[in-house]
Every structure is written in C-alpha cells, then in structure tokens.
Design a protein around this ligand. Structure first.
Ligand code: AMP
Ligand code: ZN
Ligand code: ZN
Length: 412
C-alpha cells in the first residue's frame, strides 16, 4: 500500500509525458519531393494516377498557398525554413542587397553556392544535421551553400539537363548507401512541369504531358522503394512551390510609361517586381507616388514600407525600395526588355498574388507517420517546415509557421 502514491505519481507522470512529448521519430526515411510549378488543380485536370493514388491513400491539402512573391527561389526556401521571404532573405529570383552592394541571380551557380544569400534562414537539412540526422538534397535551391557552417551530408548541384527519371534514380542510389551514410531525410527537386508550363501555358497539351512525366517520376520512385523493401517505411511528401497562369502580349504595362527609366535601377520585372531610385534622383516615396498616378488599374505600386501587410513583404532591405504587383495574367516590363522577346513570349507565368487561385500549389503526404485518406482545405506553405521537423522528431529553428499542418497531417 505504501508504494501506491509512488505508482500513481509515476502513472500520472507517464500520462503527462505522453501528452507533451512529440511522437517518436519515424523509422523510415522522410523524402520530400518538389514538383516545381505543379498547380494544385493539375491533380484533377490532368492524368496523374500515381499522385492521385498517393493523395487518396495519405493526406492531401486541397491547395497549398505560396508565400509572396509566388516565384521559385523564395518559395523553395520558405518550404524548407518555415520563414517568409522577408525573413529568410531570398526575397525574389533576382534582387539587390544594399548592404552587400551586390545582386543575386538564381541562374548563377556562384550565387547558389554563396552562403551570403542563404544564411538568414536555416533549412531543414541543416536543422537535421545539427541534431544528428543525416540529410541529403538534390538540386533544391539553397542546397549548394554552406549555411551556418554546415551542409547536407549529400547534395547535388542544379543541372537542368538531368530529366526527372534520372534525378529519381540518383535519389534512390543515395538510399542504397551503407547504413552509416544513408540519409534519413532527402529532398528532391523536379522542374519539368514549370519549364513546360512557362513555354506552353497551363492549359496546353504539352503541360499535360509534363504532368504525366512528373507523375511517372513519382511512380518510378515508389517502384524503386518497393524494390528495396522500403515502400511501407518511407514517409513521402510531395509539394510544389506555386501554380501557373496564362499571360499574353496584350496584357503588359510598361515601366517607361510610369517613370523616368534613367532615374532607376530595375531589380526585377514580370507579374511582380521592383525598382530603386539611383542615388540623388528621387525618393522612393515620390517615385512610388509618381508610378501609382500613371499605372494602369491592373498594377499596384508601393514603397517597400507601404506594401499591404497580407503580403508580408516589407521587413528586409533586399526588398526593392519600390514594389509593383500586377493582377493575374498581367505583367510589368520595360519596353526595351520586352522587345527581345517579341514573337516568342512564354504562354505561362507565376509571381502573382499568392491568394490568386491559379497560384495555388500542391501538398500530398503518404506514409506510416501520416493520416490515411484525409483531405483538408488550404494551408500556407510556411507551415511545412514544422511539419517536416515533427515527422523527423527534430526541434525546429524559430520560424513563421505553427503546428497546424503537423496537427492536420500526422497520424494520431
Ligand atoms: P521561375 O520559374 O522564374 O521561378 O524559375 C524557376 C526555374 O529556374 C525552374 O523551372 C528551373 O528550371 C530553374 N532553376 C531552378 N534551380 C536553378 C538553378 N540552381 N540554376 C539555374 N536555374 C534553376
Ligand atoms: Zn517554381
Ligand atoms: Zn516558373
């Protein structure tokens, strides 16, 4: 009888612990695949049997909302850091840093490998390595840089010539490594749907074929996991960074009609972008006011500090001093640049307001750690990082997300 209070205490303690400690880390590897530019509704619109089956068996968000700007580099870094672009610092595919007095260009291998651009955020492969979980990243934006003195154990730099099947095979080869070298977290980047979606537009048969190719890559990955006896152990998460929308030459607004082009540096153009006044010319506030007075109704212009709060796009000096955002389908461009594209303007684009239905992205998760046959509404992509950390049993770095995706998607 004497030990009863102790036993009761232990029982209560155990109950409390089971309520407060995170679930034990999943046994099998966690694989995160990004299908760049895979719009949320391509799943129904096009033939994607492998992805549809994954969504039906696992957990599926109707739509994942990207962060602003709905471009590739900002959103890939948000997906793996949980930080909005204004906080992780990769504020666009192209931007200028007034402190470094240097520009970032997503196409330059040197910028992809340069820690200065990436070190405002901590991607999950670094969180994992710091906590003893071997990680790997295949062509994922940011994976080429040493961040906070660390790198993923395995990484592959971007090579646009490697097709989706080749990338899947390379990831599977990492899973064939001896146990002490094998990653427990791996991220894979596949861009065929984005590349073709730009050229042909979201409604074209070429884009349907690209979706089929991406779907076949997922089927190839699943077959490879089955062949290795891993299919039932792996937790697989398939996401995209943004959607895709049509654009056309008759829906362009021109910078030259809104400002004196000799007074500014143009940082980026398109569905959104920005300019900064050259020193000694005009203040950002005056430039924004002048542009606003002359812009067509499809274009909104803001000084950085005036960008509406819902875009979360003010708190970083890398954001252009003057930001413009066009309505869906519309672009802001300089006449000089557009001239170069005459005759071969791409049919599709993205970068518009993340709330625009066409900008919606994909989220599917399937595996033993996740709920089965569960679909839920929209979720912002800032919550993915915490969900991935919870799946791996990692303590996340501070970020802009919360645990709502983990609550929705993890098995109870
Ligand atoms: P965007 O569609 O303008 O946001 O840019 C995304 C495109 O950039 C993708 O479709 C890829 O083909 C390409 N891309 C992705 N990573 C890299 C990289 N590291 N270097 C050059 N191009 C890349
Ligand atoms: Zn993209
Ligand atoms: Zn794109």
């Amino acid at each position: 009888m004497k030990c009863f209070p102790v036993a009761l205490g232990l029982l209560l303690c155990g109950l409390l612990l089971s309520c407060t400690t995170p679930p034990p880390p999943a046994a099998g590897p966690l694989i995160l695949v990004s299908l760049d530019g895979f719009r949320w509704d391509y799943l129904q619109k096009y033939d994607a049997p492998a992805l549809k089956a994954l969504a039906a068996a696992g957990v599926h968000a109707r739509r994942m909302t990207p962060s602003f700007p709905s471009k590739t580099f900002p959103n890939h870094y948000t997906l793996v850091t949980g930080l909005r672009p204004e906080h992780h610092g990769v504020v666009s595919n192209y931007f200028y840093d007034p402190v470094l007095q240097a520009s970032f260009n997503k196409n330059l291998p040197g910028d992809n490998a340069d820690a200065r651009w990436w070190s405002q955020g901590e991607p999950i492969w670094i969180t994992a390595e710091k906590q003893g979980v071997r990680s790997a990243a295949y062509m994922w934006p940011g994976c080429e840089a040493e961040i906070h003195g660390a790198r993923p154990s395995l990484h592959q730099s971007y090579d646009g010539r490697a097709n989706a099947a080749k990338r899947v095979d390379a990831l599977l080869a990492w899973l064939d490594l001896p146990a002490d070298q094998r990653p427990r977290f791996a991220a894979l980047y596949i861009d065929v749907v984005d590349v073709v979606g730009h050229k042909a537009g979201p409604d074209a048969p070429e884009t349907a074929a690209a979706v089929k190719e991406a779907d076949a890559a997922i089927a190839r990955l699943l077959a490879g996991l089955t062949a290795r006896g891993l299919r039932d152990q792996v937790n697989l998460v398939v996401v995209s960074d943004h959607g895709m929308s049509e654009q056309s030459a008759d829906r362009f607004a021109f910078l030259e009609d809104m400002l004196d082009i000799s007074q500014v540096e143009v940082e980026s153009t398109g569905p959104n972008g920005g300019v900064r006044p050259k020193p000694g010319t005009i203040t950002p506030a005056a430039l924004a006011a002048r542009m606003r007075a002359k812009a067509p109704p499809q274009v909104q212009v803001y000084a950085r500090e005036e960008v509406p709060a819902r875009y979360h796009y003010s708190a970083n000096p890398r954001i252009p001093a003057v930001v413009f955002i066009a309505d869906d389908h519309w672009n802001v461009e300089s006449r000089a640049i557009l001239k170069r594209f005459t005759g071969n303007l791409e049919r599709g684009n993205h970068g518009w307001d993340p709330a625009t239905p066409n900008m919606g992205a994909l989220f599917i998760a399937q595996g033993p750690a996740f709920r089965h046959g569960h679909e839920f509404a929209d979720v912002e992509n800032i919550h993915l990082y915490n969900f991935l950390c919870a799946t791996l049993g990692l303590k996340p770095a501070p970020n802009d997300g919360d645990n709502r995706l983990a609550r929705e998607a993890l098995a109870r």
